[in-house]
Design a protein around this ligand. Sequence first.
Ligand code: HXC
Ligand code: NAP
Length: 284
Amino acid sequence: MTRGPAREDAELDPSLELDSSPFRPDLLEGRVALVTGGGTGIGRGISLWLAAHGADLVLASRNRDHLEPAAQEIRALGRRALVRPMDVRDPDRVATVVREAAHEMEGLHIVVNNAAGNFLTRAEELSPNGWRAVVEIVLDGTFHVCRSAFEPLRDSGGGAVVNITTTYVHTGAAFMAHSGAAKAGVLNLTRSLAAEWGRHGIRVNAVAPGLVAGTEGARRLVESVGRLAEFEAGVPLGRLAAPADVARAVLFLASPAGAHISGAHLVVDGGESVGGKFGGHEDA
Ligand code: HXC
Ligand code: NAP
């Protein structure tokens, strides 16, 4: 990938595979993107991929310390990066952050709802407050951000929303009843907004990662059930997803490459959800 002048000295995290992007480096030139949970894990990967292809970034989550290092990495790529602490469960704070960020960045073109909460628990042991915490972050939070972003997206000439779901939205998953139900709601919300907002030039899509290596979600799963190799063996393409895999899909949908795609749910799991456990590898 060709590098812009400000990026010559930028040290790229090799695990993000930014040097082998199949996309033009100026694909998102002049675009402003908001990524919730953009400082850690998959969200950091998405933020850096968008920035490496020309976008300026607004990173928003609860903890500033999670956001600042990613913002520094984005600035090293020669792009602007705003850091805005916010809890997606607080609609007033979300509205203020989105409005002020769009004003400061002179537009808003891309929104990635990546922030989430999840933990593994037996449904019968999940307290009402535990249920509420996850559903409010995942489903309510995605709605609050979308609602607040509508006007700036419309007024910036249209735009793209990409919501991060998961492969178990269709199947459900043991010990993740709260997360599965909330993410299924996010998928339905994605489709409703795609139907409503298309006439304003706003496309709304979702990306469903399978288990993503090296993330908090994967760490928690290993901590609870401790069988990462078994998951990997069930992936027809032979490995777990990486943040870069998810980021490429988000970039595709958010960019002009996805110009006539809205209401789609793009699965990024190496074929795991269709190949089934132990479907693809003889040595599995
Ligand atoms: C049971 C739990 C719990 C756990 C919290 N709770 N953790 N119950 N098992 N491990 C309960 C608490 O007891 C409390 O209920 C309620 O949930 C709220 O807890 P708080 O700590 O007060 O909530 P809060 O500070 O708002 O934190 C939200 C959170 C936390 C979701 C609980 O885990 C968080 O901040 N998560 C963000 C990061 C994250 O989850 N990353 C992974 C996302 S991706 P009571 O009744 O006691 O008041 C992912 C995908 C995996 O996981 C996909 C795998 C295929
Ligand atoms: P992660 O690193 O824990 O990311 C979650 C992010 O959300 C954090 O940056 C966190 O930042 C932010 N966040 C959490 N609660 C928030 C709140 N109330 N308000 C604002 N921000 C909040 O987890 P990840 O594994 O990268 O997951 C990223 C996304 O991918 C999630 O949507 C997840 O469901 C999805 N996903 C992950 C996997 C996987 O295997 N990891 C699989 C399928 C789907 P703060 O702590 O600073 O708030």
